[in-house]
Design a protein around this ligand. Structure first.
Ligand code: NAG
Ligand code: NAG
Length: 220
């Protein structure tokens, strides 16, 4: 009996160790693993396939044009230009990426989370009101007004936002601790899922009536 308990305790510990070690982008076991971008294969890996190192070129580590502003003519008044493993195959397995974020006057990068990355943001132009909220039960808001040159950190997984509080455009650059950080925009995921989440679920979760749920769903 005691032996069985120890065996299961060891299994649980192993499982925990395994989940910890795979909770982040895998550490590279070679110099690089350039994304092969092969979507025709039926085989899936946790990340991307690696290109034959002999075929790798400098272009696999290169992305031009981050000086160009994104198009902020949209309802939020913001545009994110990602530079992750989808744009630079050479970032595969390296656990790092970049994004440029443009804001129209009073533009918003709406509340969202990156399930796989911590973000560190620097303001290059304008002034941003930024913040993130901690997990339950505290849901504490950490917020700050950032000016040119100011840097702010959004810890992995936490809901955060950036709002241009000025009547001139703003620009920020973010570094992210994953080659594939992922984005979950809260309003889009909750009210714009495909197919939609049931009205009963959303009206109870948000304590609002069904018509308001339908209105919000029509916005996303
Ligand atoms: C920006 O986006 C808007 C809305 O989609 C579009 O009408 C406009 O042509 C775009 N501007 C540029 C410069 O691409
Ligand atoms: C990978 O494939 C997608 C979809 O075909 C394409 O948009 C993207 O530019 C490709 N990325 C690289 C690094 O080749």
């Amino acid at each position: 009996m005691k032996g069985t308990v120890q065996f299961y305790a060891a299994l649980v510990l192993l499982a925990l160790a395994f989940s910890w070690s795979t909770a982040y982008d895998p550490a590279p076991l070679q110099d690089f693993c350039v994304d092969l971008n092969d979507t025709s294969s039926a085989v899936f890996v946790n990340g991307k396939f690696c290109k034959d190192p002999k075929l790798v070129k400098a272009e696999d580590f290169f992305f031009p044009g981050l000086n160009k502003p994104g198009n902020t003519s949209n309802r939020e008044g913001s545009a994110v230009t990602p530079v992750n493993v989808m744009q630079i195959g050479g970032l595969n397995t390296l656990g790092i990426s970049l994004a440029r974020i443009d804001f129209a006057p009073y533009g918003l990068n709406p509340p969202h989370t990156h399930p796989r990355a911590t973000e560190i943001l620097v303001v290059l132009e304008g002034s941003l009101h930024v913040g993130f909220v901690t997990s339950n039960p505290d849901n504490r808001l950490f917020t700050k007004v950032l000016n040119v040159g100011d840097v702010f950190v959004f810890p992995i997984g936490l809901i955060h936002f950036q709002f241009n509080r000025g009547n001139t455009p703003a620009v920020a650059i973010s570094g992210l601790s994953s080659q594939n950080p992922g984005v979950i925009t809260i309003a889009n995921a909750v009210f714009g899922s495909n197919p939609p989440i049931s009205t009963d679920v959303l009206s109870k979760a948000f304590q609002i009536d069904a018509n308001l749920v339908k209105y919000l769903q029509s916005q996303f």
